[in-house]
Design a protein around this ligand. Structure first.
Ligand code: CUA
Length: 357
């Protein structure tokens, strides 16, 4: 099917049932922010109203019959038994057949549109992991919030690092499982700029509820500006501030608190420069090298008292970004010394633990 025909058949439900499309926030559904949302709602409200009509009809008739044909005394035995009615049989066979075929056509059209990404869609890679989302843009930029341009089809190619997650954007009516060991795809075209919730809708462990982030639809022409600025954090911000932003974007702070509270991982507060007890009984100084290793090889030195759940960021994070995060951790720690220390520190040498004793 060429593009024009594709679009035309996609619009079919909206053309047939214009009163159902373009609804604002309702009791059942959040506002519509994508083209898919319109199509899904058309099918939903069509089924909804058919159900309402038949519910009223059936319950109404039942009530009426109960009253009309109730047992009376003296019982009127002379009343003739109801005769077979062919036209009635045909009517109540034909109406459900027509309704079912209509629902199939409308549902099948919008289903096919939902699972067929248009050619030339803007592609973003999605990784689900315990317990955050990582979105990788074509230029290599990674963040834990999704940003998309308005009025342009966006294709999400999704996989998981660990268990099954499921990506859900209610305002776009998009929901797709994110499965380890394979790639699932979904697409949408957002038509209203704004910020909408994006969440995990497959129970994936204690941090499931933390897999909550946002999708921002940028107005026309602003997306490229955003991507450019977001990709070059270190040109515009001091390392500690860039590190703070990165720790949020990469999802670190979902598990590591920045106010000293407990969490899935050790708090970032006062971590730098402290002495850390590992599961295998070592005492390590949490210096630059330790932090770097914890990011690229988290299983190497597990801290006592925490589960081995941190995903590795090797290959996903640049050296400059690790340096920024270290600077951020220093800014959160009372054990940090001079600010210039980091810039003069020798490049980290992975695999060489710094023993305290
Ligand atoms: Cu990931 Cu629930």
């Amino acid at each position: 099917m060429d593009n024009a025909a594709h679009r035309l058949t996609g619009l079919l439900p909206a053309v047939c049932f214009p009163f159902l499309a373009q609804l604002p926030d309702t009791f059942w559904m959040p506002s519509q922010a994508s083209t898919t949302a319109r199509e899904v709602d058309v099918v939903f409200y069509l089924i909804y109203w058919i159900s309402v009509v038949f519910f009223a009809l059936i319950v109404g008739l039942m009530t009426w019959f109960v009253v009309r044909y109730r047992r009376r005394r003296p019982h009127d035995a002379a009343q003739p038994a109801p005769a077979h009615s062919t036209s009635l049989e045909i009517t109540w066979t034909a109406i459900p057949v027509i309704v079912s075929v209509l629902l199939f056509i409308v549902g099948f059209k919008s289903y096919m549109n939902m699972v067929t990404p248009p050619r030339g869609a803007y592609e973003i890679a999605v990784t689900g992991q315990k317990w955050n989302w990582l979105f990788t843009y074509p230029n290599g930029h990674i963040s834990n919030e999704l940003h998309v341009p308005v009025d342009r089809p966006v294709l999400l190619t999704m996989t998981s690092e660990d268990v099954i997650h499921s990506l859900w954007i209610p305002a776009f009516r998009v929901k797709m499982d994110v499965v380890p060991g394979r790639y699932n795809r979904t697409w949408f075209e957002a038509h209203t700029p704004g910020t909408y919730p994006l969440l995990c809708t497959e129970y994936c462990g204690v941090g499931h509820a933390d897999m909550l982030t946002t999708v921002t639809v940028h107005p026309s022409g602003r997306f490229d500006t955003w991507l450019e600025a977001a990709s070059n954090l270190f040109d515009t911000l001091p390392p500690a501030e860039a590190g703070a932003l990165l720790a949020r974007r990469l999802g670190c702070v979902a598990c590591h608190s920045v106010d000293g509270a407990g969490g899935i991982g050790p708090s970032f507060v006062d971590l730098y420069g402290s002495t850390v007890a590992t599961r295998d009984g070592k005492q390590l100084l949490a210096d630059e090298n330790y932090i770097r290793r914890s990011i690229v090889d988290p299983m190497a030195e597990l801290v006592a008292g925490y589960d081995p759940v941190m995903p590795t960021y090797a290959g996903r994070i640049k050296d400059q970004e690790i340096t920024g995060i270290i600077a951020y951790l220093k800014s959160l720690s009372r054990h940090a010394g001079g600010d210039a220390e980091l810039e003069t520190a020798a490049p980290a040498e992975p695999g060489v633990p710094t023993e305290v004793r």
